[in-house]
Design a protein around this ligand. Sequence first.
Ligand code: HEC
Length: 419
Amino acid sequence: MRKTVLALMLIAAVLAASLALLAGRAQAQDVPKLRMGLLPILDVLPFYVADEAGYFAAEGIEIELIPVSSALERDQLVIAGEIDGMVNDLISTGIFNQDKTLIQIVSLARRAYPDAPQFRLLGAPRSNVTIPSDLTNVEIGISENSVIHYIAQRILEAEGVSAADLTFRAEPNIAIRFQLLMEGQLKAACLPDPLAQAAIVGGATLIADDTALVETQFSQSVLSFRSEVIEEQPEAVEGFLRAWMRAADDINADPEAYRALWLEKTNVPDSVKDTYALPPFPTYEITNEAAWDDTVAWLIEQGIVESTASYADTVNPAFLEAIAPAGGDAAQGEALFASLGCIGCHTLDGTASAGPSVAGIAGRAGSTVDGLSAAEYLQQAIVEPAAFVVEGFGPIMPAYDTLSEVDLAALVAYLLTLE
Ligand code: HEC
């Protein structure tokens, strides 16, 4: 009798153990995994911040960060299906998508800001190449048919120099391009920060930079995934982006806290490791149509591709729309209030024009229509103005019913600040 009980207990224990093992295995398989190819450049910092803070794990996903040493290596891994996503740029995306939509952009990763350029054009130390028009007489070192080539040309066009007057010289290895510039064997070159900053510290002259392209947003890097991965693992991509945005917010709030990690994970020249100011990272922003169209036009003009996928096929805003904070971004809403023309009918100073002034609207919006909260009323007033027409005004406001959810939330957030 005792033997049978023991035997039964033993069987039960073995069963329990193997069940636990099976469960453990099942769980390990269930955790969605994405493999990201990362160059050792500034743009990838939020990946490492998110990883260290445990933000990927908190989303229930595993993100494998795979260092790559060149864009070529990264692109080969994408084509082989050995990495799922990456940081790349619009030129690279256009080349990837020339035959079919191989990859999709899901967010910006970096862009030029007024105080934080991504790319700069530099004159060699002790050379007489110092202003944009000097560049018509010398060869400009670039990496051919890459984002560096495109941005160098667009910066100079923005400075009034015609592309027809420029001569470029291909020096694809960035370290060598830097060296040739510093030694004066190249009179000018285009380099990304922080290397460009190191060149300046070493005596090179800043001629122009991509802050000239902040308005058009031609200068940007992006987060993209293989279309197949987006189709098969949309939840993982969404979780990844949520974690990435948290990390970008952390860096923007306190850049200095991440200097050590930046130095550890990316290539930073010694001369600027303490002094280079970490730039802001864009959050909840995505490539606009004009920037994509300009990229495509350049790729075709250069004869690099014959055609490539459309904006609608290449740029996928669905993930950002799904994760954008419900509250909306008031600063973005303020910009939209001007750019969408709301300001033409609504003053901010209390005087009525074609429409009521929005001064103090946050205070009264909640008590205008019974049953609607302030945010609900404002949303209705924008999307469906005819549903309630403010006394003393005609029903002339156009219905803004094709705004994205992100833009609508931003407008509402902005109006709620007008107390
Ligand atoms: C062509 C002029 C015009 C434009 C452009 C316009 N509005 Fe209006 N808006 C009006 C008028 C007129 C009213 C009042 C009548 C009504 O309620 O429809 C109004 C009402 C509103 C109200 C309710 C105001 C209150 O006091 O309760 C809000 C909020 C509002 N508009 C927001 C916007 C936003 C945001 C935009 C831009 C996306 C915009 N409007 C663009 C004319 C305009």
